[in-house]
Ligand binder design. Structure first.
Ligand code: C2O
Ligand code: CU
Length: 483
């Protein structure tokens, strides 16, 4: 969406859609600029109403920035809390003057409910998918998947979290009071022009935004804290860690809890990936401060955001820098407090290479600097089904990357296990259910997935690079799961 287009289109649409636009006009009462961490409101139940609409936020002092957001928020959307085995219905209304879609990233569901590039929501229309929640307890998310326009809509603020709970998670002594010791962190960066307008074509932002807040700070109680981390960048990856180099503990990957917490000092997250981690503040004194940072300084070319340039298409003030993601002040205990990191989590048997009965390969290709990335030299084409997978089959997919750049491979429908990385060992923290992973230049990564439950000869699932600029340019393909 381009600003000059909005100014022309909105008055025209106002005439036709005045009821809708007068509703949203009430929403654009922006709160004052602040650095305190915003916690997205939590929606619960089995029916969810989402409405994507023009909005505004005071990111910087001075003029408010025009954004798009769900449900009268200023940037991003509410967190949807779902319970495994329940059937949910979502009503997604598009109050934008342009077409969108809403995709439930990481969820296993029928392809026609998936919100991919084919499930268009026209301006003024409502799309109402309904499905049974079958995923494990973990952190998922939703965002537009509008072919060739995903990056612009994401850049303006269209994204939100989904938290799934289940009975296995409920049995564990884990922090789970939302906004108190269970903290969502939606991480991205954006750039602004001199009049504070968002640059919708930004690939790497100049300002880190944590839950949409610049220089975000929060007070967290002196107990064990759960952080639900999501990278919603267009392209940048984060090498996350704490400034004081303390260990923290990965408890969940993209699609579920892991068998036991994995202690890490650094955690690599590319766009689309989620991790839940525990941060142990029990030994910290009230008033202590600590910083969650992206240790992106010194990264070499191929690491997204490792580029040296500060200006130009791939330039950013944060490139090749170590920068703050969240400034934390330790506060008083808040009941019910978890005081230790558990030693065991869930029992899960991950898929192994030997479980696969079929193999497939995909190569990430390009024709040299400045040319778009594609899979196997074919740019995404809505009319082409690139692969057909048999229902209930277990397959090993091997993605091989060319030598130009790193990518974030993502596939819909399934949660998989990574079974090999040609660059070396699979990091311990990646040994869990995943739907997105970082692939280095010249690397080959294999994963195993079972394509169960939902088949269709008509509706396809997508696989693509989760760097929205690459996806928009055609680094995407689609597959049918056939009965
Ligand atoms: Cu997060 Cu195909 O998307
Ligand atoms: Cu890519």
């Amino acid at each position: 969406m381009h600003k000059n287009k909005i100014t022309i289109v909105i008055p025209l649409l106002l005439a036709v859609l005045s009821p809708i636009f007068s509703v949203q006009a009430n929403c654009v009462e922006t709160s004052a600029q602040s650095n305190s961490l915003w916690i997205p409101p939590l929606l619960t139940g089995t029916t969810f109403n989402l409405s994507l609409m023009p909005s505004a936020k005071n990111f910087l002092t001075g003029k408010a920035t025009q954004t798009i957001a769900y449900n009268c928020n200023e940037f991003l959307g509410p967190t949807l809390l779902m319970n495994k085995d329940q059937t949910v219905t979502l009503h997604v209304t598009n109050q934008l003057p342009e077409t969108t879609t809403t995709h439930w990233h990481g969820l296993h569901l029928p392809a026609e409910m998936d919100g991919g590039p084919m499930q268009l929501i026209e301006p003024g229309a409502t799309w109402s998918p309904s499905f049974k929640v079958t995923n494990h307890a973990a952190t998922y998310w939703y965002h537009p998947h509008m072919h060739e326009n995903t990056m612009a809509q994401l850049n303006q603020g269209a994204a939100g979290l989904i938290i799934i709970k289940d009975t296995d998670e409920a049995k564990l002594a884990l922090p789970r009071t939302y906004g108190v010791d269970d903290i969502p962190l939606v991480m991205t960066s954006r750039s602004f022009s001199s009049d504070n307008a968002l640059k919708t074509k930004t690939i790497y932002g100049d300002y880190m935004l944590t839950n949409g807040v610049i220089n975000a700070e929060v007070t967290l109680p002196a107990q064990v804290i759960r952080l639900r981390l999501l990278n919603t960048e267009v392209e940048r990856a984060y090498n996350l860690g704490f400034k004081d180099n303390r260990s923290f503990y990965v408890i969940a990957t993209d699609g579920g809890l892991v068998t036991k917490p994995v202690a890490v000092k650094r955690l690599l997250m590319s766009p689309g990936e989620r991790y839940e981690v525990l941060l142990n503040l029990t030994a910290d004194k009230v008033g202590n401060t600590l910083d969650l940072q992206a240790f992106n300084g010194g990264q070499t070319f191929g690491f997204p955001g490792g580029e040296a340039a500060q200006t130009g298409t791939f330039g950013s003030l944060l490139n090749n820098k170590t920068f703050n993601v969240l400034h934390i002040t330790v506060g008083k205990l808040k009941a019910p407090a978890i005081k230790k990191v558990p030693t065991k989590l869930v029992n899960t048997t991950y898929l192994k290479a030997t479980d696969a009965t079929n193999t497939r390969t995909l190569a990430i290709t390009d024709f040299g600097p400045g040319t778009p990335f594609t899979f196997d030299n074919d740019a995404y084409d809505m009319a082409t089904i690139n692969h057909q997978v048999k229902l209930n089959s277990t397959e090993k997919w091997t993605i091989s990357n060319g030598r130009t750049f790193g990518h974030a491979f993502h596939i819909h429908d399934v949660q998989f296990s990574i079974v090999s990385r040609s660059s070396g060992a699979i990091p311990e923290y990646e040994k869990g259910w995943k739907d997105t992973f970082f692939i280095r230049p010249n690397e080959k990564v294999s994963f195993v997935a079972k394509f169960a439950d939902y088949a269709s000869t008509e509706h396809a699932f997508m696989y693509h690079c989760h760097m929205a600029n690459h996806e928009d340019e055609g680094l995407m393909g689609q597959f049918l799961v056939i009965p």
